[in-house]
Design a protein around this ligand. Sequence first.
Ligand code: HEM
Length: 355
Amino acid sequence: MAAQPEGQSNTGFWRVLDERLGLSGLAYPVPEHANTLPYFLGGITLAGFVILVATGVLLAQFYHPHPANAHDSVIYIVTEAPFGDFIRSLHFWAANLVVITAVLHLIRVFVSGSFKRPREVNWLVGLSLLGLTLGFVFTGTVLKWDQESVEALAHNREIGELLGSFGTWFTNEFTRSVPLLTRLYLGHVSLLPVLLILLVLFHLYLIKLHGISPKATVDATSGPPTAEKGSSRFITHLRRLIGYGFLLLSVDGALALLLPAPLGQAGVPGAEVTKPPWMFLPLYPLEDVLGIRGLLLGSIVLFGLLALVPFVDRSRWLSPRRRRWIIIAGGILLVLLIILAVFAWLSRPAAHLME
Ligand code: HEM
């Protein structure tokens, strides 16, 4: 018989299932501190993706990814498809919540020094996951094909042009037979999910390999796993995670009922009267100064700085008290991003496109 997960009683249903599927092989040691909310943020993000896949599959039954039909098909979803408005709103709010929990998860990992040896690669995998998440939000924004979408697509094209031959896929020049909107839809429902699944599996594999990082007490140091090996049961951890998953679903449901996902008028190409979704707002003022180039430079600098973290903060200490300068630097970056976002939120929409 396959081994039980740590501390799991040898009872009925689980034993039958485990004997056949070897599920206990997936368990990893869970120290007690990993059963607190900050250490569940990655798992809650994962639960958010489950909601997104379930609602996304339903939406795909009614959505038409062609510029001539896309906006009308979203109106159909909202007005005629069974529970269409609610499912669309669940999808919209889950996307917003996932960005929030992923960023909070990043902050937790940063503050507790969990990116340090031997978890540097997992930090980079996590950053790629954040990039993919934003890719989902961006392509999703284009799909509804209202004014915000048409402008987002124009930005997409111009960034593609700035990237030269690397960016051709993001422009109309790539092919005349399939519209860019349709290709972005395929990205949203196939390319991005495949990449996401592969990276999530790699992320989880590395977590299983290294275990959860030690509690960031004043004396805690990075390095191979030691005494922290599982004082709590994996199944307890999993149960709590499922509980948090349902909590997320409840918040998502409440938001969807109270604030249905917005949908503007069908988009008019060439006009620039909207602002991007909130998670892209910190980059918006850079467009005022540097034009479309600002979006590209801003993203490269931001992700570049984050990618450098494990290579810059190389001391063996985990506690934020012993890593004051990097915590202050991270805090300054966060405040700067918030100031830029608030500034963008208060400013009037401006024209940035070159076309
Ligand atoms: C966006 C999708 C993401 C998902 C679904 C995800 C999922 C998870 C899960 C389930 C864990 C286990 C512990 C926990 O929940 O804290 C974890 C740990 C970890 N994640 Fe993520 N994560 C994501 C993004 C990120 C990001 C943006 C980063 C950082 C740049 C990151 C870096 C890490 C690291 C280094 C660990 C190990 C932490 C430790 O051992 O304490 N992850 N992730």
